[in-house]
Design a protein around this ligand. Structure first.
Ligand code: PRP
Ligand code: URA
Length: 208
């Protein structure tokens, strides 16, 4: 297991715009997709390649393509959906599963309401995406759901994480690689990431 924290200037610049409370719903939503694409670029760096024979207009040669069964993106609803949209721009042939989870406002524990994965998910490399890793409860529950369905190669991608969430996810699922846009300071008494960006789902969909 490894934890990768992105220090790319483009990611930091875009996260800075997203954090501002004056950023509009449309701009926020577009930036979720853009930052997800940039994190995905790093998260797919180690995918195994295989050589294939091809023919260019000039001659036969070998090219490299991603080996084996392709990938599966699994957004945690709701906020992960726009991350998945961004990543599909880079990997249009990836399959998509969905996990529905929301946090109980009092206990902060995740409540599951939906899970639908491709039938061959266990043969694929899975990228769970959710903008926020706060207490880690939702991420741990999503990984539990994947593992129950036989999935073994799992990566977790988020835009912003709290140290508490990273600690919980690495403790409960040490085999999962975690890719983080920025590691923030802490959680507040309501379980929100500080300084964070507020409630990601509400900011993407203009609810609240
Ligand atoms: C947010 C976020 C994560 C979760 C993170 O979702 O998108 O799924 O909270 O918090 P945790 O690490 O403490 O579990 P939320 O529950 O607000 O649902 P929503 O996306 O439907 O708004
Ligand atoms: N979920 C969010 O959307 N934001 C936080 O800061 C914590 C959990």
């Amino acid at each position: 297991m490894s934890v990768y924290i992105m220090d790319h200037p483009l990611i930091q610049h875009k996260l800075g715009i997203m954090r501002r409370k004056t950023t509009s719903t449309k701009e926020f939503r577009d930036l979720v997709s853009e930052v997800a694409m940039l994190i995905c670029y790093e998260a797919t760096r180690k995918l195994p390649l295989t050589e294939i024979e091809i023919e260019t207009p000039i001659e036969k040669t070998t090219a490299r393509e991603i080996e084996g069964k392709k990938l599966c993106i699994v957004p945690i609803l709701r906020a992960g959906l726009h991350m998945a949209d961004g990543i599909l721009n880079l990997i249009p042939n990836a399959k998509v599963g969905h996990v529905g989870l929301y946090r109980n406002e009092k206990t902060l524990e995740p409540v599951e309401y939906f899970c639908k994965l491709p039938s061959d998910a266990s043969e694929r490399e899975i990228f769970i995406v959710d903008p926020m890793l706060a207490t880690g409860g939702s991420a741990v529950a999503a990984v539990n759901l994947m593992k129950k369905r036989g999935v073994r190669k799992i990566h977790f991608l988020c835009l912003i994480a709290a140290p508490e969430g990273v600690e919980r996810l690495t403790r409960e699922h040490p085999d999962v690689d975690i890719f983080i846009g920025n590691l923030d300071e802490r959680l507040n008494e309501n379980g929100y990431i500080v300084p964070g960006l507020g409630d990601a789902g509400d900011r993407i969909y203009g609810t609240k």
